[in-house]
Design a binder for this molecule. Structure first.
Ligand code: ZN
Length: 1013
C-alpha cells in the first residue's frame, strides 16, 4: 500500500491548529473594559473593586514589572445566545507560554467573590447562565504584571523590588498589552472533537510503526478530517466525532502500565517572585482548581505546603472556604506532611522535625487529615536522616522526581525502599514521567512507561499533572485527556486518584521493593550549598537561637514561674520554616526575596535574643556577678550543659602569639600552631599524640579563588571544570600579632579579607574568624586544609547524625560527589587519629586525596566560603560577610560533634547571682539532647528530643532537674508511640530515664513534672 503517513499527520496538525481549535469560540462580541493602576503594592480586594476606573480598549499597554492593574470588564450576553455555554476570553498580553511565569489575573464578581484565575494557558471565564437574559454583568480582574524572568538566564535588575512600590505610583516600562477581551459562545462539540483528535493523534505518534494500531489510527483520523467541513466546523464536529468513537472505545491491553494521575500545581513559595506574590499565586491556582472541581467530580487535586493554605486562611478566606468544601467532598487533598517543601541538605535536624510537626498538625487541625506521604518533588537532594524523621512523624511514603535531574548517573529504581542512616526504611516512588508538571500528553505517558525501571516486578506509577513552579494547576484539557486515556488500546491506563491510593496499591504490588541506602544526592545544583551566604547564616543562627529560646524558656518556666512564650515561638518557628523553602535557603531566588529574607532574619534574631535574655534574667536573679550560660549539649569550662555558672566571662582566654622566625607560634600545651609570614598555617601539631596535622610542604587556611561560570544555572550550579583554574591567595598585606591571636589582611581583586587565627587555653581547636568585603563576580572562594592523613571516607554532619562518603573516585557515583554538604562538622581520620573542620556558616565542602612521592597521603578538606553568581540575583553575595570555622587537631567523631555544637552555641554571660542547674542531662557523650521545650499542648510537660550522634549503640541515663512523674516516648508530634515496633527501651525512675539507643536513633520523650516532693 502506498504510504500517506506524513501527509495525514501534517494535515491533522494544521486542521487542528488553524481550523478546529479556533472554531471553539465561533461567535464573539467584544467586552467593555476599564482600568485602574494600583499605585504601590497589591491592595485589598475591596479597594480594587471600589477604585475609579477609566475606559480603555484592546491594545492598551499596562504593567511596569511587579505592578498591579485592576480591570473592570462589562458586557451583555446577546439574547440569541440563550441556552448556550457562554465564556469570556481574556488575553492580558500573555506573551510567554508558561502558566505562572508572566502576567496573571484573578477574576472577582462585584461582591468580591472569586470566580477563577486567568493565565497564558488558561484564559477563559465562565459567564453565569442567567446573564443570558440580556442583563449587564461586570467582573473585575486583579492583574499582576509579573515579569517573565526565566526566558533566559541573563542577569537582570527586574528581580529587585521597585522603589515606586512604596506608594509613589507606578513607573517604568510597561510589559504587557491587552490583546483580547471577548464574550463568546463555547462550542462544546468542537472542543470535544479537538480533544479526541489531540489524544488519538498523540497516541498515534507514540506507537511503534510496527504496530497495526498506529496505522488504524492514521486511517481513522483521515476519515474524521474528511468529515470536518472547514466552512462549518461547528455543524460537522459531531459527525467527525462519530468516526473517531470506535477508536476511543477499544480497551487497553491487560498488561498495560497503570498510571495514577494526581492533579497538582507545584507552587514555589518564592523564587522568581517575592513571597507576597506567592500568596496571590496560591489564590489564583486554588480558585482555578475548585472551579474545575465543580464541573468535574472525578477530579482530584493534591496540594502540599501547609504554609500556602495557612496564607489562604489568613488572607483570602473566601478562597479557603472553597478549599475546605472541596476537601470535605474528597476532591481537594492536602498532602506532603510539611510546612513548606524545604531544602533538605541545609535545613537542620530539629527544623526538619518542625517542618513535619507544623505541616502535619495544620492538616490535622484544619482538615482532620493525617497525611501519610512526604511530597518533595523539586528539592535539591535528600539527606539520609529523612526516613527516620518521616517514620517518627507517621509518614509511610516518600515521593520526589528530582533525582531524575542527575547529570551523571541514572538512578536505578523508580519504586524502592529508602533506608536511612539508622536503618529505617520508607517506601518511596520517583514518578517515571520525570516531571511534577505533567500535562498528560502522549509523549509524557510513553516516556513514563518506557522509563519505568521496575517493569516486571511492578507495573504502577504516579503522574503529577498540572502547570507548576509558578502555579496554574490542571486544566479541563488535561482532564479530557485523562478521561479518554482511562482504558485505551496502545496507552497505559490513566486513573485519576489520590496519592494514598497509589501508594497503598504500589506497596502491595511490590512488597520486596529494592533498597537504596543512604542519602539521595542530587548530581546537580551543588552551588546551592553556598549561594547567598547571608540567607544561610540567617537560618543557621535562627535554628540555634530557637534552640536556646526554648531551652531557657522551658528552664525558667519550670524553675522560676516564667511565662513560656508559646505564641512567639510558634510564629518564629514558622517564619524560619518558611525561609527553608527550596529556593530561598538554597539561594536560588531573585534579589527581592533574598534582601527581604535578610531583613526578616534580622528581626527574627532580634526577637529571639530578647526571649533568650528575658528567660536567662528570670533564672539568673538579681546581682552584679557574671552568670555564664551554656546551651550546648556538653559541659564546657566547668559550666554544665544546659546550665549556667557564676564565673568570669572569659574563663578560657586565647593564648598570646609568640614571634618565631618570620611568623608566629600559638601553643597551649595541647597543640602547637605555626603561622608563616604569608599568614598560612604550615604546622599544627597534636602534642599529646606527637603528630603533625598539616601535609609536608603544604599549608592550611589557604584561600583559593576559582572562576565560577557554570553552563546553565548560575546560582544553582558549580560545574566541575571550575577546578581547572585556581588562584592561591598567598599574598598578605599584613600578618601581625593582635589581642587574641594572629591577624592577617589580604587584598585581591576588588575585595579584602581579614582573618584572626586564635587558640584558646585548653582547646585543640584552631579558630579562624574571617571577615570578607566581597566584590567579585562569578568567582568561588574556598579555604583549603591539606592534612597529612589517609582517610578513605569523610564523615559529614547531617540532621541527627553523619554520613560517610568515600574520598576516592572509583565509580561515577563517587566522582559525581565533588561538592558535598556538611553541617557543623566534617571529619576525616585514620584508624586512631583524625581531624575535623567545624564551621558556623558554610555547607559546601570538598574532600580529595593524593598520594605523595614519600608514600604518604594528603587528604585535603576545602570549605566553600562564598560564590558570586549573577542569575537570578545579579548582586548575590556582594558586600560584607563574617564566617567562623575551626580546625580541630587530633579529633575523633565525638570531638567533631562536640566542637560543632560549641562553635555554634557560644557561652552567654549576663549579670546575676544564681547558678542554674540543668533541666535535663545525659551521661553519655554519644547521646545528644537536641531540643528541650514545653509540650505544644501547653500541658506543662517537658519535651526532650535526643539522638545517638556517634553511629554506635548507646546506653545512657537521662536525669531530670525536676521531680518526674512519668516519661513517655512519643512521635515527633508529641503523641505517645504505640506498638512493639515503636517502643524504645525506656525506663523511668526517680528523676532518671534509662535509655538504649541504636546508631543514630532519634527519641522524643514527654516528661511529666511531678508535684513538689
Ligand atoms: Zn520548586
Amino acid at each position: 500500500m502506498h504510504s500517506k503517513q506524513r501527509l495525514i499527520e501534517q494535515r491533522l496538525k494544521r486542521v487542528l491548529t488553524e481550523r478546529i481549535r479556533p472554531a471553539v469560540y465561533g461567535r464573539t462580541v467584544p467586552l467593555r473594559v476599564g482600568v485602574w493602576n494600583a499605585p504601590g503594592e497589591p491592595v485589598p480586594v475591596a479597594e480594587g473593586l471600589a477604585a475609579p476606573y477609566r475606559p480603555v480598549s484592546v491594545g492598551h499597554r499596562w504593567g511596569p514589572a511587579w505592578s498591579t492593574s485592576w480591570f473592570e470588564i462589562t458586557g451583555k450576553v446577546p439574547e440569541e445566545w440563550a441556552g448556550q455555554r457562554v465564556e469570556a476570553v481574556l488575553d492580558l498580553g500573555f506573551n510567554v507560554t508558561g502558566a505562572g511565569f508572566s502576567s496573571e489575573g484573578l477574576v472577582y464578581r462585584a461582591d468580591g467573590n472569586v470566580v477563577k484565575a486567568i493565565n497564558p494557558r488558561n484564559a477563559w471565564l465562565p459567564i453565569a447562565g442567567p446573564a443570558a437574559g440580556g442583563e449587564e454583568f461586570t467582573y473585575y480582574i486583579e492583574a499582576a504584571a509579573n515579569p517573565a524572568l526565566c526566558d533566559s538566564h541573563t542577569p537582570t535588575t527586574l528581580g529587585s523590588k521597585p522603589s515606586w512600590t512604596t506608594g509613589s505610583g507606578q513607573s517604568g516600562e510597561t510589559l504587557y498589552q491587552l490583546l483580547r477581551l471577548d464574550l463568546a459562545v463555547f462550542d462544546t462539540q468542537v472542543w470535544e472533537l479537538a480533544q479526541d483528535l489531540d489524544v488519538l493523534g498523540e497516541l498515534m505518534h507514540q506507537l511503534s510503526e510496527a504496530e497495526p494500531r498506529r496505522w488504524q489510527l492514521l486511517q481513522t483520523i483521515e476519515r474524521a478530517l474528511d468529515a470536518v467541513d472547514l466552512q462549518d466546523v461547528s455543524g460537522s464536529a459531531a459527525a467527525a466525532r462519530e468516526v473517531l468513537r470506535p477508536s476511543l472505545l477499544t480497551p487497553a491491553a491487560p498488561s498495560a502500565h497503570r498510571i495514577s494521575a494526581v492533579g497538582h500545581a507545584h507552587i514555589d513559595t518564592a523564587w522568581l517572585w517575592p513571597l507576597r506574590e506567592t500568596v496571590r499565586k496560591v489564590a489564583r491556582t486554588v480558585s482555578n482548581v475548585t472551579q474545575l472541581m465543580d464541573e468535574h467530580p472525578e477530579f482530584r487535586f493534591a496540594m502540599s505546603q501547609a504554609q500556602q493554605l495557612a496564607w489562604l486562611k489568613d488572607k483570602r478566606p473566601e478562597v479557603y472556604a472553597r478549599v475546605q468544601e472541596k476537601a470535605k467532598s474528597g476532591q481537594f487533598l492536602p498532602v506532603g506532611s510539611l510546612w513548606v517543601e524545604p531544602d533538605t541538605n541545609i535545613t537542620g535536624g530539629e527544623a526538619l522535625a518542625r517542618q513535619l510537626i507544623h505541616g502535619k498538625r495544620f492538616y490535622l487541625d484544619e482538615f482532620g487529615t493525617e497525611t501519610q506521604e512526604m511530597w518533595l518533588p523539586d528539592t535539591f537532594g535528600y539527606n539520609a536522616a529523612m526516613p527516620q524523621l518521616m517514620k517518627l512523624a507517621g509518614v509511610r511514603w516518600f515521593l520526589t522526581q528530582k533525582i531524575s535531574w542527575n547529570t551523571t548517573n541514572k538512578f536505578p529504581h523508580h519504586t524502592f525502599r529508602w533506608e536511612g542512616i539508622d536503618g529505617t526504611r520508607i517506601f518511596s516512588h520517583f514518578p517515571p514521567v520525570d516531571t511534577y508538571n505533567a500535562e498528560i500528553t502522549g509523549a509524557e505517558l510513553a516516556h513514563a512507561v518506557a522509563n519505568f525501571q521496575d517493569k516486571g516486578a511492578a507495573n504502577s506509577s504516579l503522574l503529577p499533572f498540572g502547570y507548576g513552579d509558578g502555579g496554574g494547576g490542571p486544566t479541563r484539557e488535561m482532564l479530557a485527556r485523562a478521561a479518554r486515556l482511562a482504558d485505551l488500546e496502545g496507552s497505559p491506563r490513566v486513573v485519576i486518584e489520590p496519592p494514598a491510593d497509589f501508594f497503598t496499591r504500589a506497596e502491595a504490588e511490590y512488597p520486596e521493593a529494592p533498597v537504596w541506602a543512604g542519602e539521595l544526592y542530587l548530581e546537580f545544583h551543588r552551588g546551592t550549598l553556598t549561594s547567598q551566604l547571608r540567607t544561610k547564616q540567617g537560618n543557621r543562627r535562627s535554628e540555634h537561637l530557637l534552640r536556646e529560646a526554648e531551652l531557657w524558656s522551658a528552664t525558667a518556666t519550670v524553675r522560676a514561674g516564667f511565662s513560656y512564650p508559646y505564641e512567639a515561638l510558634d510564629r518564629l518557628w514558622k517564619t524560619v520554616l518558611l525561609h527553608q523553602f527550596h529556593d530561598i535557603l538554597p539561594g536560588s531566588s531573585i534579589a527581592w526575596v533574598h534582601r527581604e529574607a535578610e531583613q526578616t532574619y534580622a528581626e527574627v534574631l532580634d526577637e529571639l535574643h530578647g526571649i533568650v535574655y528575658t528567660a536567662q534574667r528570670a533564672l539568673a536573679g538579681g546581682g552584679e556577678k557574671t552568670v555564664v550560660f551554656n546551651a550546648s549539649p556538653y559541659d564546657r569550662s566547668g559550666i554544665p550543659a544546659f546550665g549556667a555558672a557564676i564565673r568570669p566571662a572569659l574563663a578560657d582566654p586565647a593564648v598570646a602569639p609568640v614571634a618565631c622566625g618570620d611568623g608566629f607560634v600559638l601553643d597551649n600545651g595541647l597543640v602547637r600552631i605555626e603561622i608563616d609570614a604569608r599568614g598560612l598555617v604550615t604546622s599544627a601539631i597534636d602534642l599529646a599524640a606527637g603528630r603533625e596535622a598539616i601535609a609536608p610542604g603544604a599549608a592550611a587556611n589557604l584561600l583559593q579563588l576559582h572562576q565560577d561560570f557554570p553552563n546553565e544555572y548560575d546560582a544553582w550550579d558549580i560545574d566541575e571544570f571550575y577546578r581547572n583554574t585556581v588562584h592561591d591567595l598567598t599574598e598578605a598585606e599584613t600578618v601581625t600579632a593582635a589581642p587574641g591571636g594572629v591577624r592577617i589582611v589580604r587584598l585581591f581583586g576588588d575585595s579584602r579579607i581579614e582573618q584572626l587565627l586564635s587558640l584558646r587555653v585548653g582547646s585543640r581547636r584552631l579558630d579562624i574568624d574571617t571577615e570578607i568585603d566581597w566584590h567579585e563576580k562569578e568567582k568561588l572562594l574556598k579555604a583549603a586544609f591539606p592534612l597529612d592523613l589517609r582517610a578513605d571516607h569523610s564523615s559529614a554532619e547531617i540532621p541527627f547524625g553523619h554520613v560517610k562518603r568515600p574520598t576516592h573516585t572509583n565509580t561515577s557515583w563517587d566522582a559525581a560527589k565533588f561538592e558535598i554538604c556538611a553541617h557543623r562538622y566534617l571529619h576525616v581520620g585514620e584508624n586512631d587519629w583524625g581531624a575535623a573542620l567545624v564551621n558556623d556558616s558554610t555547607y559546601g565542602h570538598e574532600v580529595t586525596r593524593d598520594v605523595r612521592p614519600d608514600g604518604g597521603t594528603t587528604t585535603t578538606v576545602r570549605l566553600t566560603l562564598l560564590r558570586a553568581p549573577r542569575f537570578p540575583d545579579p548582586d548575590a553575595d556582594q558586600g560584607h560577610h563574617r564566617l567562623r570555622c575551626g580546625l580541630v587537631i587530633g579529633a575523633d567523631i565525638a570531638d567533631a560533634v562536640r566542637e560543632g555544637y560549641h562553635l555554634n552555641l557560644p557561652d552567654q554571660a549576663i549579670p546575676g547571682s544564681v547558678a542554674v542547674k540543668p533541666l535535663v542531662g545525659a551521661d553519655d557523650d554519644a547521646v545528644v539532647i537536641e531540643a528541650v521545650k514545653l509540650a505544644d499542648d501547653r500541658s506543662g510537660d517537658v519535651v526532650v528530643r535526643l539522638y545517638e550522634a556517634h553511629g554506635g549503640r548507646a546506653q545512657a541515663t537521662l536525669t531530670t532537674g525536676f521531680p518526674l512523674e512519668t516519661a513517655v516516648a512519643t512521635d515527633l508530634l508529641e503523641r505517645p508511640l504505640a506498638g512493639p515496633d515503636h517502643t524504645p527501651a525506656v525506663w523511668a525512675g526517680d528523676r532518671r530515664v534509662e535509655l538504649t539507643l541504636r546508631p543514630f536513633q532519634i527519641l522524643t520523650l514527654r516528661l511529666r513534672v511531678a508535684a513538689d516532693e
